[in-house]
Design a protein around this ligand. Structure first.
Ligand code: SF4
Length: 505
């Protein structure tokens, strides 16, 4: 059984926060998963570093990207209005959706009016966020993923485990087995026949679909244009062949102008895959016009809030809306690289997922646990093309959880005691003395190798060195006393004497 399918069936594993530890243990036992994730993320990471070097002056571009995102997010009401007006002028329809449920309802209205039975989907993390596939399945509309990675996961009944390489945890053998089961004929574990099979199956979907659904990498406010990037070309098929094209986008994914989108596309492709530009970049402005050779008759844009607007004006977290979903932070994160995306238990994984999920869901109790899935090393910030300080946000989320008294009572008591002891010189000294005597029964070979109770986790992969009898301060004070009491040495006085002699006339 696949990891995700197993998670869905297990009531503990399926909970974002309380299942985190168990999912982590399972992932750490899965050697194949760890190797596969590390191998691909290494490749992406190396590609990104080379692309940055080749580009030159990366920091200036990064700063420009940050400034564009900062400007848009700070003036989101203005740019959303401009974008929506321009989509309408070009003949499209904008639907503002406060929640995931609103977006699903808006999509179903469109589908029902068109009596749609088949939806061809391009890659869209926002549609994953609102669980659109499951809802469509419930009412008998078939939705087929056409991005190869997403198609594989749909057959495997799994969710994406990476923002841009959704099937990062699968190898060719596993995909061949999956396709063989699905097709009822054996497939070799080779790229070409596997890709050919997917191509054959998906071609008829493109041609027969009533609705094409895509995400949106950037909406350009000055023209109401949807920017789509893809390396497979399926985005173009989905957005041009079916009669209706529905775009699902997060409300923050705007840039003011075409000049700005150029900066963002440069940063996105290089940070995501190390490419100069993704293979296909499409700019879609309105539905098909008279004389156009292809394109949909209707274009609908669902602009999703779903918790995003609650970050606006929050000095600690507004910047999370600057994210362009390049996944560079996942590829460098030591935690993600060890456990992969399913361990996070949410649609968005890695450092950005650990910040975004609790904020979007406004759930600091369960989803807030993700903030602890980090070493706080700051590699995510260094890699982020728009300079989002994810490591600071993870600390702030932990802080918020503590302020809301959502940490265990024993932990709160322990830290309160710790704070009291460290706030008083006398108590601090007494605690130091007590710690020395208390550690003695636990010492083995000059260190604590297995700590008791809740501290046991600390010593699972490291040991605690023995606490010395005298503290540094005590030893320092003693040294000072010894120096003060010692008679002046010959060496110390000789130069002074010599100097005094020289001063004499
Ligand atoms: S937080 Fe930064 S690095 Fe991570 S996905 Fe978003 S833009 Fe990319």
């Amino acid at each position: 059984m696949s990891g995700t399918a197993q998670h869905e069936r297990d009531p503990v594993l399926s909970k974002i926060g309380s299942g985190l530890k168990k999912r982590t243990e399972l992932a750490l036992e899965d050697d194949f998963l760890r190797k596969a994730v590390a191998f691909t993320t290494d490749k992406l990471k190396t590609g990104r570093l080379k692309a940055m070097d080749d580009f030159g002056d990366w920091e200036t571009w990064r700063e420009r990207g940050r400034a564009i995102r900062e400007h848009v997010v700070s003036h989101l009401d203005y740019y959303l209005t401009q974008f929506s007006d321009n989509v309408a002028k070009a003949g499209g329809h904008v639907h503002f959706c406060r929640s995931g449920e609103d977006a699903v309802r808006a999509f179903l209205d469109i589908a029902n009016k068109a009596e749609a039975k088949l939806v061809a989907k391009g890659k869209s993390m926002v549609s994953e966020e609102i669980h659109l596939n499951e809802r469509l399945e419930q009412i008998g509309i078939e939705a087929v993923e056409t991005d190869l990675g997403e198609y594989i996961l749909q057959l495997a009944k799994e969710t994406p485990s990476h923002l841009i390489i959704p099937a990062i945890h699968k190898n060719k053998r596993q995909i061949a087995d999956l396709f063989s089961d699905h097709a009822g004929e054996p497939f070799p574990a080779e790229t070409r026949p596997l890709a050919d099979y997917a191509r054959r199956k998906l071609r008829s979907i493109f041609l027969e679909a009533d609705i094409g659904l895509t995400g949106c990498n950037f909406g350009i406010a000055e023209s109401g244009t949807i920017t789509l990037v893809s390396n497979e070309g399926n985005g173009r098929m989905v957005s041009t062949i079916p009669k209706i094209h529905v775009v699902v986008m997060g409300m923050e994914r705007l840039v003011p102008t075409f000049a700005d989108v150029e900066v963002m596309l440069n940063l996105l492709a290089r940070s995501a895959t190390g490419q100069k530009l993704t293979t296909y970049t499409s700019f879609i402005t309105g539905p098909r016009r008279e004389g156009d050779l292809d394109g949909p008759e209707e274009l609908h844009v669902l602009v999703l809030d779903n918790g995003r607007s609650s970050q606006l004006g929050d000095p600690q977290f507004q910047e999370v809306l600057h994210c362009i979903r390049c996944a560079a932070c996942l590829n460098v994160c030591p935690v993600y690289r060890h456990v992969g995306g399913h361990t996070y238990g949410s649609v968005y994984s890695g450092p950005i997922g650990a910040v975004l999920t609790p904020l979007l869901q406004q759930d600091y109790q369960e989803a807030g646990q993700l903030a602890y899935a980090s070493s706080l090393c700051g590699a995510c910030y260094e890699a982020c093309p728009v300079k989002i300080p994810l490591h600071d946000m993870l600390v702030q989320l932990r802080h918020r959880k503590v302020k809301l008294k959502m940490t265990p009572a024993a932990e709160r008591l322990a830290f309160k005691t710790y704070a009291t002891a460290f706030g008083s010189v006398t108590l601090y000294r007494m605690a130091n003395k007590a710690a020395y005597w208390m550690q003695r029964p636990l010492l083995k070979g000059g260190a604590i190798r297995r700590a008791p109770g809740p501290l046991a986790g600390w010593t699972q992969s490291r040991f605690l060195p023995m606490k010395p009898k005298r503290s540094f301060r005590e030893r320092w004070a003693e040294l000072q006393r010894e120096l003060a009491d010692a008679p002046p040495s010959a060496n110390a006085t000789a130069p002074a004497d010599a100097a005094r002699k020289e001063e004499r006339p």
